[in-house]
Design a protein around this ligand. Structure first.
Ligand code: SF4
Length: 407
């Protein structure tokens, strides 16, 4: 009998009992993945008064609420409805390290599905040497899990790109430290820099929505000038940022005084020249009146020579700009080293003598703060090591207790 001659119904299996069904509950949305306006519109659509949305966001930002049940004054029916559709629970903390002087804390937050991101709290402003002694709390937040830019000196760049963060996942990093401050005015967050894992302008929409919540009076109500977006030089993103009409700070990573070396250090920057980036900086300055910062990671024997300082000066001199020198913290780059203090000082002096406004990044707690992506790498190594077969109580394959205080 050929297959074509078999009556169709004989191919249908007999169903003798009802198969077990698994109810798949849709994941609940975080309320901060809606803008303040959208949240208000939703609640008004539910017949709630206009102030309810503000009541919710204030509870989250000002009082650190992590469950609807803890927000006072919400009608029971609304609370039940919110719990059914939304969440405000924070991500779990996978690891936490604090510098010896207590000024710098880095956390690794679990976003589920194997994704984790770093956020850093600094009790100072690393971008502003003049801030020393003033009450500043700066948070450095991530915008992506991993990064596609592949910078050769960066631990995150070597991990590859996994995904963009949502708006609420970016804000969760800020809210973690807001809750830790527990209302203490001396620990209040004053600045947020988008310089953690990932390229913020490659996750433009969610980064900008997070910025809007941070500066909105219904959110954290930070000064726009307290926000810094750092990019490896995505010109289309800078153009969009110019059009936003915001007063946030822009940092562009140069890391080299010529295009050839820059392409080696930042493979993803291959299509953009330094001249084009200087032009983008000019447009940003013209539109906002804000000074632009050029970040320059100093790598021993790679980009820290006197002639390179002279060439860098010739590219940026005359701009309303500032060069922020960042002595490299060895993390990922094979064979890359940190320059000596003398070489850093010499590079700085050359820039300054040529009329360039330049400083060396403040490095309190540098061992944990500057190594972006390193905590995630360390924790993953520890996990892999913990899962590896033990050969002897203290022999190869047995994880030593962490000396860095991972949680
Ligand atoms: S330095 Fe920044 S842009 Fe470059 S790979 Fe690391 S996270 Fe990405």
């Amino acid at each position: 009998m050929t297959r074509a001659s078999v009556p169709c119904r004989t191919l249908v299996p007999m169903v003798t009992e009802t198969p077990p069904t698994t109810l798949v509950m849709p994941a609940r949305e975080h309320i901060l993945d809606r803008s303040p306006e959208a949240l208000r519109a939703l609640l008004e659509g539910w017949g709630e008064p206009g102030y309810r949305a503000d009541q919710l966001s204030r509870a989250v930002f000002a009082h650190g609420a992590t469950e609807f049940a803890s927000i006072p004054g919400l009608p029971a029916a609304l609370r039940a409805r919110l719990e059914e559709r939304f969440r405000i629970a924070p991500p779990e903390v996978l690891a936490r390290v604090t510098s010896e002087d207590g000024a710098t804390t880095k956390v690794l937050l679990d976003l589920g599905g194997g994704a984790a991101v770093e956020a850093v709290r600094m009790a100072y402003d690393p971008e502003d040497a003049s801030s020393a002694g003033r009450a500043r709390v700066t948070l450095c937040v991530s915008t992506q899990v991993g990064c596609a830019m592949g910078c050769t000196f960066c631990a995150t760049g070597q991990q590859g790109f996994t995904r963009n963060l949502t708006t609420s996942e970016i804000l969760a990093q800020v809210l973690h430290f807001v809750r830790e401050a527990d209302g203490d005015p001396s620990r209040r967050v004053t600045n947020v820099v988008f310089m953690g894992m990932g390229e913020p302008l490659a996750n433009y929409a969610h980064t900008l929505e997070a910025v809007r919540w941070l500066v909105d009076e219904r959110g954290l109500h930070l000064r726009q000038r307290g926000i810094t977006i750092s990019t490896v030089g995505l010109r289309s993103g800078i153009r969009r940022l110019v059009a936003e009409g915001l007063q946030v700070n822009l940092t562009i990573s140069l890391h080299a005084p010529d295009d050839e070396l820059r392409r080696e250090l930042i493979p993803a920057a291959a299509g953009t020249t330094i001249d084009e980036l200087v032009e983008s900086a000019r447009e940003y300055i013209a539109a906002t009146g804000r000074r632009v910062t050029f970040a320059y990671a100093l790598l021993d024997g790679v980009n820290d020579g006197e002639e390179q300082a002279r060439r860098l000066a010739s590219r940026v001199r005359g701009l309303q700009a500032h060069v922020n020198l960042i002595p490299y913290n060895p993390t990922a780059g094979e064979g890359l080293r940190r320059p000596t203090r003398e070489r850093v000082r010499a590079f700085l002096r050359t820039l300054q003598s040529l009329g360039v406004n330049a400083t060396v990044r403040i490095e309190r707690g540098a061992a944990i703060a500057a190594a972006c992506g390193q905590l995630r790498t360390d924790v993953e190594r520890e996990r892999a090591s913990a899962n590896a077969p033990r050969t002897s109580p203290r022999g190869e394959g047995f994880p030593e207790a962490s000396a860095r205080g991972f949680a």
